[in-house]
Design a protein around this ligand. Structure first.
Ligand code: SAM
Length: 320
């Protein structure tokens, strides 16, 4: 049973708009209509003070909402990885307010962390708990694939879900693909789910490879993934005539391009990611042309700062 405000049908719209502006409605539940009354689900911390004849707080069976509403100002302000929300809002008061509201309005969110920055070779987040319990292990579903990961031990961003799906559709059955900075395997698994490809996944973080292997074991995949915990620059020299290489290490990937190109067959593809502004993008594309690549496609994956975005470049190797 959950607390609802029972109001006469003729006054319902007025109550709903007053309570919405006071953040009094629990959006996890539906507003239910009776013959001459309406039941409005109440937020746990909301106290109804207006005493109007005909309105009363009652316990009623809540009907779960089919849509997950987010707080108005929260759009885009946090990433949700399973039960864990991560925000980068710098201003502490706003971050705390968002965290409190997320935990109150979303029973499925168990922890809200502030991301104070990503650093180091493994690209780990410096996390500070804002609200909820200090849990790091979570399950996350993307494009029909279940991932398990620990947000304190591995890098993961749900913002690339669409990009990973697009790349998986570019791959054809039988392709040999190297995922050079594989993390817990989101590119590798998206491809293996969609295509009967042969995928080599490399990451230097032992925790990432451990989760990647669990994720491979826990999903039903068409492709075959072999994983290595290794430095990509050292490992890639062992592979030749590869059809495709995925390079998702946005700040440093460029320094691996020459090595990657050597392992790629003529006509092979690199899916390359980098954070750039428009001027830097033009220069990068020019450099790739000089290096013997043809630009097949270019798209913005997501914004990064006022002037920079993360770009996805699809490059075809034309010559050695
Ligand atoms: N592709 C994954 C994804 O979409 O979630 C992970 C991308 S994350 C930005 C980059 C990954 O590269 C991290 O998991 C990090 O451990 C790994 N990494 C960084 N430098 C590396 C290196 N020299 N060799 C192998 N892996 C490396």
């Amino acid at each position: 049973m959950t607390k609802h405000l029972k109001v006469p049908k003729k006054d319902a719209q007025r109550y709903i708009s007053v309570m919405r502006s006071a953040d009094g409605i629990d959006n996890n539940y539906q507003i239910q209509k009776g013959s001459d009354f309406v039941l409005i689900p109440l937020n746990q911390d909301f106290t109804w003070q207006e005493t109007v004849p005909g309105s009363e707080v009652v316990d009623a069976e809540g009907q779960l909402s089919k849509t997950k509403f987010l707080p108005k100002e929260a759009g885009g302000a946090f990433d949700l990885i399973g039960e864990i929300a991560i925000t980068k809002i710098r201003e502490e008061g706003r971050a705390m307010e968002l965290a409190r509201r997320l935990v109150l309005t979303h029973p499925n969110i168990k922890a809200v962390y502030l991301d104070r920055g990503i650093s180091g070779e493994y690209r780990l987040r410096d996390l500070k708990l804002l609200s909820g319990s200090e849990i790091y292990l979570t399950k996350y579903r993307e494009n029909g694939i279940m991932f398990q990961l620990d947000v304190s031990k591995v890098y993961f961003s749900p913002r690339l879900a669409t990009e990973r799906m697009l790349v998986s559709k570019e791959v054809t059955d039988g392709e040999t693909v190297i995922d050079l900075f594989a993390g817990v395997g989101p590119f590798a698994l998206n491809i293996a789910k969609a295509r009967a490809a042969i995928i080599i996944a490399i990451d230097s973080n032992p925790h990432a490879i451990e989760f990647l292997r669990k994720n491979v074991a826990n999903n039903s995949l068409r492709g075959k993934i072999t994983s290595y915990c290794a430095d990509s620059a050292e490992k890639i020299v062992e592979f030749h005539d590869v059809d495709r290489i995925i390079m998702n290490l946005p700040h440093e990937a460029f320094s691996f391009v020459i090595a990657a190109k050597k392992s790629l067959k003529a006509g092979g593809i690199i899916n390359y990611y980098e954070i750039l502004n428009v001027q830097e993008l033009e220069e990068r594309m020019e450099t790739f042309r000089d290096m013997g690549f043809e630009l097949v496609a270019k798209r913005v994956v997501h914004g990064y700062s006022k002037t920079q975005s993360m770009y996805s470049l699809t490059l075809r190797k034309l010559r050695e």
